[in-house]
Each structure stands twice: as structure tokens, then as C-alpha cells.
Design a protein around this ligand. Structure first.
Ligand SMILES: C[S@@+](CC[C@H](N)C(=O)[O-])C[C@H]1O[C@@H](n2cnc3c(N)ncnc32)[C@H](O)[C@@H]1O
Length: 321
């Protein structure tokens, strides 16, 4: 039987979710924050996406981790506290944990309560000597970091999955600076950064033939209907994913197929035919561009591990001074 895992829970509540949805749907260009994709079903759909033939990022990042996790662990050093942003299933983390020397603890942070609780339980079973301190939070908001029983020699912030690409470049710089503050003096960041590539590969990754990403995108409306008494008709909204070369990002949208109006928690929002809700950005970077963003956040790129085709990178950044 699994040992109970205590979860520090400061995730956004229903009122916050409603206010964010009302705000996003009131904008001239409707948008919803991508963090709300991740309820229990959204997390399960994301795991299904990771197995799709078109979705190269997970496969590629895993291959980089399998090849270089030993080197990464050596660079992070003994007795480090590993803090992970958007930990999800923590699948990639296990490759690191297998190689880290006597880690002081592991702090997985995720907004998706069920996914976080399940992965924290599984990790506690798999690594009985490891102190696992899960935090259910929106990492874009301030929250307290739990203290492990063993004093760490260093903090390392792990942010895999190319989730950093959900932020615009100016936001990337400020989010890196925020993670650098969490890592503290002599701290390190290990970040999964997806790289620019051909349009066809990028668009297929976010619009797979089996329609799993479409279901993931529409699940946001399913969630609004369930949690906020929304009245979205799912059949009225099509999934769309497009690479915007100039902006350097894949945009995901939900496109209304006709003019109609939708009530959410007592407020009505009207849609024109073809009007979209912008649900996610996935920025892709080149190495020089990411290094410049890191430098702007007071971080230096110490190592870049990539796959042979240079599709994806895992980057070690150190906090300067
Ligand atoms: C793209 S998935 C990556 C999951 C995993 N790290 C991986 O590499 O496969 C993004 C993860 O970040 C979490 N997440 C997204 N936005 C978040 C936020 N604002 N605060 C906390 N967690 C968030 C999601 O629940 C999800 O587990």
C-alpha cells in the first residue's frame, strides 16, 4: 500500500477560474489561459498526446535525457533540491532522479491536482529514500516553497516539456528570472527548449491525425461547461493549429463555425462566424535567441544537450553572481 503524500494546495479556485474565463472571453480577440487545459482529463489527454507519432517533443526530449541524464546529474551535484515546474507525470524526472547523488528532496509543482497527487504517490513508492514535497499551484503566481528535512547544497529548477514555450519572449525572460530567484545563489536551471523547424512537422505535432490534440483543446470548453455551468456546444468549435513564422510560434485556436452566443456562469458572450478563442502559444526558439533571453534574466547557458537532428534542446543555465 502507498504511503500518504501531503500536498500543499494553493491552486486557483473556481472563482478565479470564472474571472479568468470571463475576462478572456470579453477581449476583442478572445483568449483563454492554457493553464486551464489541465484538469484530470486534460492531463490524461496530454499524456496521450505524448505517445502520438506526430508529437516529436516528448520522444526527442526523452532520448536526450536517456543519453545525457548522467552528465546533467553530475553537473547539478550531490544533495541538490530538485524543484520541478509543471511536473505532470514526472516521467523525464525519473531519469534524473535515477542518477542524482543523494538528492535533498524533490518538489514537483503542478496546477493539475489529480495528476500531481498520482505522480507524487508513484514517486514516493519508487524512491522510498527520497523526500517528495508536492505543491499544487499556478507557478505564474507567488507560492511558498516547502523545506526538505535535509539541508540542500544547491537548488536546481527543472522545467522540461518545452512548457517555457507557452510564454511570449518577454514573459520568458521574466519567468526565467523568477525561477532563478527560486534557485538562489549558486543555483541552476535545467530547461527543455523546443527548437525551430519545418512548418509541416510543427503543425502536425499540434494537429494529429487521430484528433487527440483537438480533444485536448476542446476539453477546455468541456471543463468550463462542467465547472462553471457553461453552455458551449462542442460541435460548434473546430480545433486549429498554425505555425506563425514571423512570431515564431504555433498558435492553437477554437474556431466558431457560425454566429452564436454562449452563456458562462450567467454572462453571455457572442461569437461571429469564424471567430476564434486563442487557447495556446507554443514558441519555438533558436539557440542564440534563447541564450539572449537567459542573459536578460541574469542567467548564463552552461551546457546545451540536443538530439542528432537538433529538434529539441535541454539547457543548463546557471545563476550568475
Ligand atoms: C506541456 S505539459 C509538460 C508535462 C511534463 N513536464 C513533461 O515534460 O511531459 C505542462 C505541464 O505543466 C502544468 N502546468 C501548465 N501551466 C501551469 C501553471 N501555470 N502552473 C502550474 N502548472 C502548470 C500542466 O498541468 C502540465 O502538467
Amino acid at each position: 500500500m502507498s504511503a500518504p503524500v501531503r500536498l500543499q494546495d494553493v491552486a486557483p479556485d473556481r472563482a478565479r477560474f470564472r474571472d479568468d474565463v470571463w475576462h478572456g472571453l470579453s477581449l476583442p480577440r478572445k483568449t483563454l489561459p492554457c493553464k486551464y487545459f489541465y484538469d484530470a482529463r486534460g492531463s490524461a489527454l496530454f499524456e496521450a498526446i505524448c505517445e502520438l507519432p506526430e508529437y516529436y517533443p516528448t520522444r526527442t526530449e526523452l532520448s536526450i535525457m536517456e543519453r545525457h541524464a548522467g552528465d546533467m546529474a553530475a553537473r547539478l551535484g550531490a544533495r541538490c533540491l530538485l524543484v520541478e515546474y509543471g511536473s505532470g507525470s514526472s516521467r523525464k524526472t525519473r531519469l534524473l532522479l535515477d542518477r542524482l547523488e543523494a538528492p535533498a528532496g524533490y518538489v514537483p509543482i503542478d496546477i493539475s491536482r489529480t495528476a500531481l497527487a498520482a505522480s507524487a504517490r508513484a514517486l514516493t513508492d519508487a524512491y522510498p529514500a527520497l523526500e517528495v514535497l508536492p505543491v499544487c499551484a499556478d507557478y505564474t503566481e507567488p507560492f511558498d516553497l516547502p523545506h526538505p528535512q535535509r539541508t540542500p547544497l544547491r537548488r536546481a529548477v527543472y522545467f522540461p516539456g518545452s512548457t517555457i514555450g507557452n510564454f511570449t519572449p518577454p514573459e520568458v525572460a521574466s519567468f526565467l528570472a523568477r525561477m532563478a530567484r527560486v534557485a538562489g545563489r549558486r543555483g541552476a536551471l535545467l530547461v527543455g527548449v523546443d527548437l525551430k523547424k519545418e512548418r509541416a512537422v510543427l503543425e502536425a505535432a499540434y494537429d494529429d491525425a487521430a484528433g487527440v490534440t483537438a480533444a485536448f483543446n476542446r476539453n477546455l470548453l468541456v471543463r468550463i461547461n462542467r465547472e462553471l455551468g457553461g453552455e458551449f456546444d462542442l460541435a460548434r468549435f473546430a480545433h486549429r493549429a498554425r505555425w506563425d513564422e514571423q512570431a515564431g510560434r504555433v498558435e492553437m485556436h477554437l474556431v466558431a463555425d457560425r454566429a452564436h452566443s454562449v452563456r458562462v456562469a450567467g454572462r453571455a458572450f457572442s461569437f461571429a462566424r469564424g471567430e476564434t478563442i486563442h487557447t495556446e502559444n507554443s514558441y519555438k526558439f533558436d539557440l542564440a535567441q534563447f541564450a539572449a533571453l537567459a542573459a536578460g534574466a541574469g542567467l548564463a547557458v552552461r551546457e546545451v544537450w540536443t538530439d542528432d537532428a537538433r529538434r529539441f534542446s535541454v539547457q543548463l543555465l546557471s545563476v550568475e553572481a
